[in-house]
Every structure is written in C-alpha cells, then in structure tokens.
Ligand binder design. Structure first.
Ligand code: GUN
Length: 285
C-alpha cells in the first residue's frame, strides 16, 4: 500500500462537496458566492496561483473576477480598489495575491480588507480571533494541513509535532491549530540549534521553510508522518519540488505528502471553502 498522502484526491472531494453546497445556497438565497482576486504585476508564480484559484472557483460555481494591475500601481490606487470592493454588497470575498511590489506596504493592504470578506484570513482581526479560538475563517494552508492529517487517519492528540518554519502564513498558525487538536507543538526555524535533534523527536513533521531538500531522511524519525509545504524549483531539473528530500524520505516516513499534489491543492480547496463560509456569514447577518 502506498504511504503517499494524496492531497489532490482529498482536495477534489472537498471541492465536490462545496459545489453541491453552492447549488443549495443558490436555491435558498438566489445568488452564488462571489470572489474577487487582485493580482499586481506578472510574477509567473503568482499568475499561476491566481489562475488555479479562478479555475477552482468556476468549477465549484463560485462567481469570480481577477483584477489585474501593473506593478507600477500605487498603494493609494490599490486601497481605492479594495474600498470599492468592501462597499459592494455583491462581493463576498477579496483576495490580494502576495507578494506585492516593495513600494506597497502589505500589512496596510491586508488591514484594508473588510474582515468578513478576508478569505485568506490574514486580517489582524481574523488572526486574533483564530488565536483566541473565536469563530472565524482560518488561513487556507494551515486549515488544509489539518484536514489532510485527519483524512489520512493521523492521530494528533498527545503527539509530538515539530513545525519547521515560523511564517505568519503557515508556521505560526498551523502550530496553533495543532495545539487546538491537543498536539504537543515545537516551532523550529532557521536559527534553531541542533535542528536534527529536534526534528528526530517528531511523530509528525511539518516543513514550511522554503528551501529545496532542506529536510533529509536522516532528520526524520522512522514511522513519522511528514507534511511538506514547500514549493520550490528543483535546481537539478527545474521541476516543482518541496522542502523535503522526497525520494529518500518516503522510505523512512510512515506517510508523506508529495510536491506537487500534496498541500498545494488543499490550500486552494480551503480558499474555496472560506469563500463559501464568508458568503454564508454575510448572508445571515
Ligand atoms: N502568496 C503565496 N501564498 C499566498 C496565499 O495563501 N494568499 C495570498 N493572498 N497570496 C499568497
């Protein structure tokens, strides 16, 4: 039996469930959720993410628009677009693809999005609510990781989880969600001393550091579950690869996510779920 956690399959099932939910929502409320994505510049990675998000939304029946603006847009101009979308009652979700050009303050832009339309769950209000365990949207990649672990039958309660990476988008929030599942969580990062000693204690190892082959097989406890959040270009062949040396690690781990086809599809599916949740929350208000 394969020990590969198939994120593509789990994400597909989630998207199918959402498509059915959208059909029901339209019957009840007479409209479907509406997502607006803002893409600044032409970074190939960002263009590809945004295209994937739009395709998933359309397949689910979520109305969606991508607003494309050149890299030269000013912060004021971007904030004006967001203000317009905030005021539009027919818009349920707003997503600004990151990173933004250096002359724009990302935190200002994120804070300008109405928290109830913040499908990324990056707004300080939503981040605060998540840490306080108050009802709110959850960040897509961490949410997708928890779903993948549960779908793969991995017990979380009482387990030693090591998260490598401390970003606002993945490392920190996934640690909190794991804590909510009663795991014992260690956050390691680029300055952690004796990293291998730390990772070898992990029953579940989550890697979000953004460096190809950063985690090698000798850093993994035999039988551990490995979740690879990395999206890198393999310097040997230019193909997409994660942060874990998959070829070697798959022989040590009891279960492991591949790149591509692991966490990535879950992030997009969870973004779609967040869009539907924002729609539902807004409509009952
Ligand atoms: N850039 C890389 N990941 C993400 C994400 O999850 N959301 C947004 N908005 N931008 C990103």
């Amino acid at each position: 039996m394969s020990n590969i956690i198939n994120g593509k399959e789990v994400a597909k099932a989630l998207r199918e469930g959402l498509a059915a939910r959208v059909v029901e929502l339209e019957k009840i409320h007479g409209r479907t959720p509406n997502l607006v994505v803002i893409l600044v510049g032409e970074d190939p990675g960002s263009v590809s993410y945004v295209t994937g998000k739009a395709k998933a939304a359309t397949e689910i029946g979520i109305r969606n628009t991508t607003i494309r603006r050149p890299e030269t847009i000013t912060e004021e101009e971007l904030l004006a677009i967001i203000a317009e979308l905030n005021a539009d009652a027919d818009v349920d979700g707003i997503l600004v693809q990151l990173p933004l050009p250096k002359h724009i303050d990302e935190q200002n832009v994120i804070a300008a999005i109405l928290p109830e339309k913040d499908v990324d769950a990056f707004h300080p209000c939503n981040v605060g609510k998540m840490w306080l365990k108050q009802p709110t949207v959850l960040p897509c990649t961490p949410k997708g990781i928890i779903k993948l672990l549960k779908e793969s039958g991995t017990e979380l309660s009482g387990k030693n989880v090591v998260v490598v990476g401390r970003s606002n988008i993945v490392g920190q929030p996934v640690s909190k969600l794991l804590l909510n599942e009663n795991a014992t969580v260690t956050i390691a990062h680029s300055r952690t001393a004796n990293l291998k000693e730390v990772t070898l204690r992990a029953d579940i190892l989550i890697v979000a550091i953004g460096k190809e082959r950063f985690v090698t097989a000798d850093m993994i406890k035999p039988g551990a579950v490995v979740i690879d959040v990395g999206v890198n270009r393999d310097s040997r062949n230019g193909k997409l690869c994660g942060d874990v040396d998959f070829e070697e690690a798959q022989h040590v781990a009891s279960k492991i996510t591949p790149v591509p086809g692991g966490v990535g599809p879950m992030t997009i599916a969870c973004l779609m779920e967040n869009t539907v949740e924002c729609f539902e929350r807004r409509i009952v208000k």
